[in-house]
Structure formats: C-alpha cells, structure tokens
Design a protein. Sequence first.
Length: 88
Amino acid sequence: MGIIWTIVLGFVIGVIAKLVHPGRENMGFFMTVLLGIAGSFLAGVIGQFLGWYTAGEGAGFIASVIVAILLLVIYGKLRGGSSPDSPK
C-alpha cells in the first residue's frame, strides 16, 4: 500500500507544481509522478539537513510542491532555454 500512496501523492504534488509553474511542459503521467516524488524526497532531505524534519518524518506538502516547482524550472532550463521567439 505504501508504493500506491507514494505514486498518488507524487502525482498530486506534480500536478500542483505544474499548475503553479508558468509555461507548458509536455510531461506525461509517469514524468509528473516522478516530479512529485523527487520534490517530496528532496524536500525531506533538505528539511532534515536544516533541522526542520527528523529521520522517518515525511516532508511537508507545501515544501514538496515548492521543491517540485524548482525542479520544473531546472528541467525547463536544461531542456532548452532558448526558443526561436526569445530575445537574444
């Protein structure tokens, strides 16, 4: 049941991050789930490093969405930061 819960929560976090982040990312269901799971994982690691969370405690929902948005920004920059319409 834990894997299913991780997938569902990852999908919700990924969808919210994609809705809040401006722009259009052509990501399917699988990549959206991975985005949410990565956001949650990194938020937990960063929170433990800063002393906000303890080991075994899940990261906050808002922190997970914020980190997922940051991952979307990085993904957009790596995927191709310049389009034909962008000024040089």
